[in-house]
Design a protein around this ligand. Sequence first.
Ligand code: RTP
Ligand code: MG
Length: 140
Amino acid sequence: MAATRTFSILKPDATRRNLTGAINAMIEGTGLRIIAQKRLHLTRAQAEGFYAVHRERGFFGELVDFMISGPVVVQVLEGENAVPTYRDIMGATNPANADEGTIRKTHAESIEANSVHGSDSEENAAIEISYFFAQTEITG
Ligand code: RTP
Ligand code: MG
């Protein structure tokens, strides 16, 4: 089967607790390959743009404040069924509902500070990858 890509963010609660390596090991354990990665401190405008689909939700302001509260690591992941493979290892949005062995069950602090983001479709993955990465930064 052809390799596909998804977009990932290790959120500020993860970088603050020095969990980049631990989470990357869980990602690589699925067989997904981290084909691009960089550490950034998002601006408010970048975070608002990234989460624009949620701007009408009650938690939008808090979510943006959280996402700019510290550095993040943005990544492109590649492998078979990359979007659902990553969503599976991430676990449910609320860590209280996440399965054992998932990133969020193991590491997340709360429904907001839930350690990771992963695209929810291949279409959104392509949009999100191009929001943060130039083609020349991705080595498949
Ligand atoms: P993500 O987009 O970050 O991968 O997470 P997701 O699909 O599992 O969840 P989504 O519904 O897209 O929500 C995006 C992020 O907003 C925060 N959130 N806070 N306070 C709340 O009720 C609430 N609900 C969602 C989380 O950080 C969630 O990952
Ligand atoms: Mg989402």
